[in-house]
Design a protein around this ligand. Structure first.
Ligand code: PGA
Length: 249
């Protein structure tokens, strides 16, 4: 059985004060949530604050990015080791990083390796654009992103990977994939893990869905066999909404 995994991606939102107010509410709303890994992916500036806020709650904290170099003259960047001072996880390969910061599969792969090397767990995002879907290239794109993103990883490394299928056309648009559309790609990705790694990796790796998840649509998505959790962005900014997604049956 794969344990459910739900991560809220705050993106570039919230000051320290706003995050403290959020946490006060969130801790109450999620009381009673069980059999689920809960993670908050917050801006670098909030990692230390949120790490303190989640002490003894079982909640994890994620960075939203790292740079792959260990250290050096890279103004404005944060290394895996620096993020690891505060975070348990890091999101890598998010479509906004790919689109606005020109991150290629090769860069994503380097970042994943750097993160695992420092003991971070990785929420590895991939997914097709609307154009690619229209052209019937959804699976081809997902497969390439998966294979190139995970190139060179060992079977053991895969224990640190959570895959997030996030169709770009569903992110921030309110246009969520149907549970069937998502399940089809999740099942496909799981199949590819077999030849690339082995059957056990395919069976045990969690594949979560992201793209306009909200408390109303979460339950239908989470019921699908190959969907092991979700990565809400917009909805996660509201502690009540995120808690309701987490408690979805
Ligand atoms: P959204 O974002 O829930 O606002 O669509 C999801 C994501 O980008 O991870």
């Amino acid at each position: 059985m794969r344990k459910r995994f739900i991560a809220g991606n705050w993106k570039m939102h919230k000051t320290k004060e706003e995050s403290l107010a959020y946490m006060q509410e969130f801790r109450q709303y999620i009381q009673g949530a069980k059999d689920v890994d809960i993670v908050l992916a917050v801006p670098f500036t909030l990692l230390e604050t949120i790490k303190k806020e989640i002490e003894n709650t079982g909640i994890g904290v994620a960075a939203q990015n790292i740079f792959y170099e260990e250290q050096g003259a890279f103004t404005g960047e944060v290394s895996a080791a620096m993020a690891k001072d505060f975070a348990d996880y890091v999101i890598i390969g998010h479509s906004e990083r790919r689109k606005y910061f020109n991150e290629t599969n090769e860069i994503v792969n380097k970042k994943i390796k750097a993160a695992i090397g420092k003991g971070l767990k990785v929420i590895f995002c991939l997914g097709e654009t609307q154009d690619e879907r229209n052209q019937g290239k959804t699976k081809q794109v997902a497969e390439t992103q998966l294979r190139e993103g995970l190139a060179g990883l060992t079977i053991d490394n895969m224990k640190s990977i959570i895959i997030a299928y996030e169709p770009v056309w569903a992110i921030g648009t309110g246009n969520t994939a149907t549970p069937e559309q998502a399940e089809e790609v999740h099942a496909f990705l799981r199949e590819i893990l077999k030849p690339v790694f082995n059957d056990q990796v395919a069976q045990e790796t969690r594949i979560i869905y992201g793209g306009s998840v909200n408390p109303e649509n979460a339950s239908a998505i989470l019921q699908k066999e190959n969907i092991d959790g979700c990565l809400p962005g917009g909805a996660s900014l509201d502690p009540q909404k995120l808690a309701n997604i987490i408690k979805s049956q």
